[in-house]
Design a protein around this ligand. Structure first.
Ligand code: NDP
Length: 674
């Protein structure tokens, strides 16, 4: 029997008084024990807040993104060990890939997004500055900084690796230390993964701790800078979120819990269409992957009345081909549930569903298990129920049998399908298999407010679609109502759950200093050599180059028109241009102005500017006519290191005319040698 330890305040703590036994899902034998009532939760919280937090906050977003990348690579090298351990949870190799590879992949996406979408700085800027006064001397903007407490992650048994990493990656990227508490039933896999991360030496001390077994009274000691993220049952979520200390201290509590996710077959998807087969495949996959123990699994199947019989026949035929057995065997398609108690729970819930629906496929008393003992392991067969009266039924819309169990029901029209979808009272995901954009739109308008994610699939997207059940790091995961009301992932949105948004107000110079991004109106440094002669590391925020002015002639406009082929009437035909409410007559091309701007600000000699990589936020503000003069102001707005050789400089560029009116504004991006 293995001892599964906790990692608390820098020490591995073996199981002790109060330890719980953990059985194999396949043999039912006790394989491990975890838990120790003597865990010093106060010391753990202190270690995270006083050691882990300050070390993480010293790093920039990019430092932490690099840390995540290194962790992910380290885990990837050792994933085979995690696969081996995971078989005892009842999962097959395909299931391990969802869990282990899915978790590592999520961490990699956060590493990439941290580098690409967040600054190499300590403050995240949320939106542009707002001018609050008449002249721009008083501005405002929103910033986000890391919470200065600890994130407590309480995870479900079904994804011992992904469940941890999908919460940990955004937390660490935010700069917040975490205490992870996996579900005891599968904590031996999580413990191994935590050991790998700690052994990698990549994390600063205090950034990650682990509770194997009970959490003790940790939640009673949380404060306003702490956060809890929970995944599991609605009952536990309710118990934990109503903890008086959490309520009193306004501790953030995000919950992701049971939900009655649904999949709808569009009325267009008749048996002769590719969508019909796609639907059947997705339903079967969602019912059997992880033996149906997925928070996103399809629990309710909705089909047009006329297609009910063919769909039941097709799903049943596919389910009949699902080999159940020892997850180590290559021929096994579905392993066991995680434990005998989960098996009992699933059978009890299936019995409740049977009060409202008829079982049309799968018999828990009569099915074959290959290579393992059906009675000792937590095996159940896939079970499909048919509910003939989904309007008056309740259990099929509110009872989640957390296994390979799903209920099919017919809808009369799209409005009815939407009503049935929403009877789940909030879920993580609903899918719609349709090749008709109007069907997709009608369902979206009727049901999006009840769902965290809507997944549409058809012949066009099916080769690349990631599956109804796969939460992706780029997309929001979580849902309203029964699904817990929480939100995770969704790219940088997920990082914000561990940061505080603060409105800051002050002068442009104050905002520039805080955000490490030059704000229009802040001091311009004009006493330096031409900025194109200065390297990335020497350039300073606010360094500004003011060009000479240049007159734009009619000949310039004509030459540009004929050279490029852009002989649009506004540039060539004075009368037609005058008839246009935007122009006083013939005007210069916007792109001509941009080209002249480059000619005005460029310093032509070989130097540290390596490449122009594009422009953002280009606006043409006033027309320029022949005879007008333009000049350009180029200011260093923001710098982002990319590697040892070069970094990206974001320049604020304003073109003005002889009356000092801004005629164009944009941000220019260049790569500059370090
Ligand atoms: P639980 O809600 O019992 O457990 C979830 C997590 O909460 C586990 O880590 C558990 O730890 C912990 N926990 C339980 N009680 C406390 C407490 N008093 N204080 C602190 N932590 C606590 O869910 P299960 O994992 O047992 O699954 C039960 C049901 O939940 C499933 O049958 C399914 O219906 C639903 N579920 C939903 C999921 C989803 O993502 N939507 C995922 C998994 C389950 P410990 O294991 O040590 O008790």
């Amino acid at each position: 029997m293995r001892d599964i330890s906790s990692f608390a305040a820098g020490q591995w703590i073996a199981p002790g008084a109060g330890a719980r036994n953990i059985a194999s899902a396949i043999t039912g034998e006790v394989i491990a024990q975890a838990g120790n009532d003597a865990l010093d939760v106060q010391a753990m919280l202190g270690y995270a807040r006083d050691t882990g937090g300050p070390a993480l906050r010293k790093m920039t977003f990019h430092d932490r993104a690099r840390m995540l990348k290194a962790l992910a690579l380290h885990l990837r090298e050792q994933r085979q060990t995690l696969y081996e351990l995971s078989y005892d949870t009842g999962a097959t190799l395909n299931d391990h890939k969802i869990d282990v590879d899915g978790g590592i992949g999520t961490m990699q996406v956060y590493a990439a997004k941290g580098r690409r979408e967040m600054p190499d700085a300590h403050v995240y800027l949320d939106g542009p500055p707002e001018q609050l006064g008449r002249t721009g001397a008083f501005m405002g903007r929103h910033i986000c900084t890391p919470l200065q407490g600890v994130a407590v992650h309480i995870n479900a048994f079904n994804f011992p690796v992904w469940g941890m990493l999908e919460k940990l990656a955004p937390t660490l990227l935010a700069g917040v230390p975490a205490i992870v508490k996996p579900a005891t039933a599968t904590c031996y896999v999580t413990e191994a993964c935590v050991r790998m991360m700690l052994d990698s030496g990549v994390l600063p001390a205090g950034a990650l701790q682990l509770v194997s077994g009970g959490l003790g009274d940790m939640l009673d000691h949380l404060e306003c800078q702490d956060a809890v993220a929970f995944t599991g049952s609605a009952d536990t979520a309710f118990k934990l979120r109503t903890n008086p200390k959490l309520i009193k201290n306004s501790v953030r509590f995000a919950s992701e819990q049971d939900s009655l996710n649904a999949s709808v077959l569009g009325p267009d998807a008749t048996p002769d269409t590719p969508e019909f087969d796609l639907f059947v495949k997705e339903v079967q996959r969602e019912m059997t992957a992880k033996a149906g123990q997925k928070c996103t699994a399809i629990r309710r199947i909705m089909v047009p009345q006329s297609l009910l019989d063919p769909v039941i026949a097709a799903i049943s035929a596919r389910l009949a081909r699902t080999t159940i057995g020892d997850p180590r065997a290559e021929t096994t398609r579905m392993g066991a549930l995680v434990s005998a108690s989960q098996k009992r729970d699933v059978l009890e819930k299936a019995a409740l569903l049977a009060g409202e629906a008829e079982r049309v496929f799968g018999d828990p008393d009569n099915f074959t298990v290959e290579g393992a003992d059906r009675e000792k392991g937590a095996f159940v067969p896939p079970m499909l129920f048919h509910c003939a009266d989904p309007d008056s039924a309740q259990r099929v819309h509110d009872t989640e049998a957390f296994g390979p169990v799903s209920t099919i029901m017919a809808y009369r029209d799209l409005g009815h399908a939407v009503a049935l979808l929403n009877k789940g009272k909030g879920s993580l995901v609903a899918s719609v298999i349709t090749n008709d954009g109007e069907v997709a739109r009608e369902i979206t308008l009727g049901a999006a407010a009840f769902h965290g994610r809507l997944y549409f699939n058809n012949r066009r997207s099916m080769a690349e679609a990631t599956g109804h059940g796969a939460p992706l790091p780029h997309m929001v995961h979580g849902g309203p109502g029964r699904a817990g009301g929480g939100e995770e992932l969704g790219g940088v949105r997920g990082v914000m759950h561990y940061m505080q948004r603060t409105a800051i107000q002050g002068s442009p110079d104050i905002l520039t200093a805080i955000g490490e991004q030059w704000v229009p109106g802040a001091t311009e440094l004009t006493d330096k050599p031409h900025p194109f002669t200065r390297t990335f590391s020497t350039l300073m925020l606010g360094e500004t180059f003011n060009s000479d002015s240049r007159e734009v002639t009619l000949e310039d406009i004509e030459t540009f028109a004929h050279f490029t082929g852009d002989t649009f009437y506004a540039h060539m035909d004075d009368e037609a241009a005058k008839a246009n409410p935007f122009f006083p007559g013939r005007v210069a091309h916007g792109y001509l102005l941009l080209s002249f701007a480059a000619g005005l600000f460029v310093q032509p000699d070989p130097g540290p500017v390596l490449a122009n990589t594009g422009l953002d936020n280009l606006r043409f503000l006033e027309p320029v006519s022949a005879g007008d003069s333009i000049k350009v102001r180029l200011t260093v707005k923001h710098k982002t290191p990319r590697n040892d050789e070069y970094g990206e400089v974001r320049w604020h560029v304003t073109l003005t005319n002889q009356k000092d009116e801004a005629v164009a504004e944009y941000e220019l991006l260049t790569m500059n040698a370090v």
